[in-house]
Design a protein around this ligand. Structure first.
Ligand code: DI6
Ligand code: FE
Length: 401
């Protein structure tokens, strides 16, 4: 059984017309429902969808111009999946901590003892750029085999200007090498590095000096902060968001993951694209996110790995009409997960999403969490990013383990 053929980003470099025939298509547009449409075709030009619909409605003009043909042979075609929260670029791994946690040591205890994020920072700083690129590409290709065509990659394991810059550059290169679309987010406010130990404020001031340089070199698309007791205070997070906002960059926030800090309400007050994790989100945070149109990104891989027991308040989010996305949070500590469909499965089983909500969370809602209006559903004028599946129904994307 090979459920996924994988994510396909149409990259016919020129502007020739290509047709994808004989598919069973789920567009993820609300008006189309999600039952696959039998015998549909999609016409693309370069990297853009120009037409989709039942094959017999294809216009003579389009039919004449087609130069490249792909036979989908009845396979299911959906929008390419979007992993809207990953930490894909880093050195080393932390299987030793996995074993320690199973022996009863907590994630926070490991972090306070200098392990955790700081262990990965040390491994990342000492890795060569070629090593970082090679390991990140191997991980990206694994995600791609699970239908992913767009990946958000956060910095946050360099924590000095030079290494964070290298990580951004590697993240961009992953896109070129693997044929993926990459969005980068600055998470320099991930933890306070060793050289600033005990002086988080000075570190935040340094980060605020780095941001304009990455902004002007076009290396980052958004700014994130880890607002938690093992990360940054509300006040420090606010300073990072002030800098980002002055530069015209959208913000995101790792909020209410391990405890309630008020990061979600703070981020929403900056019009955040997304707040992520949210296990301890309260009504104040929900109201603020609703008012700002902020997406809730659920990360069940971290919840599962850390064996948390308080799930995010999905029913309240649903009632408030907050858009919900699902991502892997791939990272070597709290979520060594390389399958977005499995994250979707966990979001259903552990958090109570419906399969349709989970798949919307990995397509249209994930695009929203990245501020991207050109993907996430199949529609003329949008990006030709597809996932092709040997499955009968899209719900199987989150059914197969
Ligand atoms: N929350 C997480 O779950 C990851 N980062 C964060 O802010 C964990 C990162 C790590 O443990 O390396
Ligand atoms: Fe994360």
């Amino acid at each position: 059984m090979t459920p996924a053929i994988g994510g396909l980003t149409n990259r016919h470099a020129d502007h020739s017309l290509a047709i994808w025939r004989n598919g069973r298509v789920t567009t993820m547009q609300v008006r189309d429902g999600w039952e696959p449409r039998e015998g549909w075709s999609i016409v693309t030009q370069g990297d853009t969808i120009v037409w989709l619909g039942p094959a017999n409605q294809l216009s003579a003009e389009h039919r004449r111009g087609i130069e490249i043909e792909h036979d989908l042979d009845g396979k299911l075609l959906t929008p390419g999946l979007i992993d809207c929260h990953t930490h894909l670029v880093y050195g080393g791994k932390r299987d030793d901590e996995f074993e320690m946690r199973l022996g009863g040591v907590s994630y926070e205890e490991i972090a306070r003892a200098g392990g955790g994020i700081r262990a990965t920072v040390a491994a990342t700083r000492s890795a060569s750029t070629a090593e970082l690129l090679d390991s990140a590409c191997r991980r990206a290709k694994t995600l791609q085999r699970g239908g992913v065509t767009t990946i958000e990659i956060k910095s946050g394991y360099g924590l000095d200007f030079e290494t964070e810059t290298r990580c951004f550059e590697v993240a961009r290169q992953v896109g070129t090498v693997c044929g993926l679309s990459i969005r980068t987010t600055c998470l320099s406010a991930h933890t306070v590095p060793q050289e600033f130990a005990g002086n988080g404020d000075a570190y935040v001031a340094a980060v605020c000096q780095w941001l304009p340089r990455w902004k002007s070199s076009g290396l980052m698309d958004a700014v994130d902060a880890f607002c938690d007791t093992v990360g940054f205070s509300l006040e420090q997070t606010r300073r990072v968001f002030d800098c980002a906002t002055k530069l015209g960059l959208p913000v995101k926030c790792h909020a209410e993951q391990l405890s309630l800090q008020g990061g979600a309400a703070l981020a929403a007050s900056y019009g955040a694209l997304s707040c992520d994790h949210l296990e301890y989100l309260d009504d104040v945070g929900i109201a603020a996110m609703r008012a700002a149109g902020t997406v809730a990104v659920l990360l069940p891989g971290a919840y599962y790995t850390l064996r948390q027991t308080t799930p995010p308040p999905v029913a309240q989010m649903r009632r408030a009409g907050i858009p919900v996305a699902v991502a892997t949070d791939h990272n070597p500590g709290s979520s060594p997960l390389l399958s977005l469909p499995l994250a979707g499965n966990m979001a259903c089983t552990l958090f109570g999403l419906t399969p349709q909500e989970a798949i919307a969370g990995m397509t249209v809602r994930a695009a929203q969490a990245l501020g991207l209006k050109d993907r996430g559903v199949l529609q003329p004028g949008l990006q030709a990013h597809f996932a092709v599946w040997e499955l009968d129904h899209p719900r199987e994307i989150v059914y197969w383990l």
